[in-house]
Write a protein that binds this ligand. Structure first.
Ligand code: TXA
Ligand code: MG
Length: 330
């Protein structure tokens, strides 16, 4: 694990990562959303290593990460005016756009499809690594397939430490959940995976927009978006309670003793009485997104039997988080 918190450490870590990536290796890197497991996007053999390290099915395509708009244009066949306007509004940042692929992108990256997903992340560490390499990086989240995405280098170490040569530690991720995936080959553009750049923000640029359907909408039709995803090992339930007595009744009905339950609350914070852990996250969508995966990783670490999350507000800025929790609940 390579730290990056001083200029010297940062430079050394970036150089080490770039050398491994040039040699066709995989490296775990921080992005502002979640940690990614990166390889040279133009090297089919390097990219196939990502799939074997993660145990990821070959039919699930990867996001290609770039460090400027020129690099994004090289990955795609055409760069429509709408892509330009979205890039100006949201890049670098947690938005991924899907466009027809260019001939430079190997089949393995896009799972043999005709489109490619492209994103310019804002985290300085991955930006510096891409610039040092001079080629784009294919990177899924750096977790084992179907597990919770990592938001710290420690999360990556716990799941993949034994399988990869290097993890760059860029601190905890600022956004905390995966990027919004927007398909620009659909008309109007279609949200395949909701993220913290929500429908209202996107529609301000795109005009018309096909929404992913919100927390209670239909299951999304992106190759990787299975109904059960992003899940901790223990079952997860989303409950609404008015007070401690109410919560106690729900716990009673669950058949799990409080000592084996982790409660994650944001507004009706219960007395800790008897629970394995009560996690309090501020009642604020950005703060909640930043913190939620770390809490789910803790649930795995402590081996609780049940994770209970307080139901979220039904507002645009909360919808992507509600989507992830719904998938974690299966
Ligand atoms: O925030 C993120 O997007 C993180 C960081 C590392 O950038 N990456 C990430 O990658 O979440 P991954 O592989 O865990 O999820 C990528 C999602 C999957 O649901 C995949 O199916 C979808 O994007 N995707 C990738 N390429 C696609 C394409 N050409 N068409 C439709 N969906 C695509
Ligand atoms: Mg993932």
């Amino acid at each position: 694990m390579a730290p990056t918190h001083t200029p010297e450490l940062f430079r050394a870590a970036v150089a080490q990562a770039a050398a491994l990536l040039r040699a066709g290796e995989v490296v775990a890197l921080p992005t502002e959303t979640v940690y990614g497991l990166a390889a040279n996007a133009l090297d089919a053999a390097a990219v196939s290593r990502i799939f074997s390290v993660k145990g990821r099915p070959a039919h699930n395509p990867l996001i290609v990460h770039v460090a400027d708009e020129a690099m994004a244009r090289r990955c795609v066949k055409e760069w429509p005016d709408l892509a330009d306007r979205l890039a100006r509004a949201f890049w670098p940042g947690p938005l991924t756009v899907v466009l027809p692929r260019s001939a430079e992108i190997p089949d393995v990256v896009v799972a043999g499809g005709v489109t490619v997903a492209v994103r310019w992340p804002s985290h300085p560490v991955i930006q510096a690594v891409i610039r040092e390499c001079g080629f784009p990086l294919a990177a899924p989240s750096a977790n084992l397939s179907n597990r919770v995405s990592p938001t710290t280098a420690g999360h990556v170490l716990a799941q993949l430490g034994a399988r990869i040569p290097l993890i760059l530690d860029g601190g905890p991720c600022q956004v905390g959940i995966e990027s919004t995936v927007l398909d620009l080959t659909a008309e109007p553009p279609r949200v395949l995976r909701p993220g913290m750049i929500h429908d209202q923000a996107l529609a301000a640029v795109t005009g018309r927009l096909q929404s992913a359907g919100g927390a209670d909408g239909p299951i999304l039709k992106s190759p990787g978006l299975l109904p059960k995803h992003y899940a901790p090992r223990a079952p997860l339930r989303i409950w609404r309670w008015e007070n401690d007595a109410d919560l106690k009744r729900l716990v009673g009905n669950s058949g799990v003793v409080p000592a084996r339950i982790q409660v994650i609350a944001h507004s009706r914070v219960p007395a800790p009485a008897g629970f394995a852990r009560v996690s309090v996250i501020p009642h604020d969508a950005e703060a909640f997104a930043r913190a939620i995966y770390a809490e789910l990783h803790l649930a795995d670490e402590h081996g609780v039997e049940l994770v209970v999350v307080e139901a979220l507000p039904d507002r645009p800025e909360w919808r992507a988080i509600a989507d992830r929790l719904k998938r974690a609940a299966g």
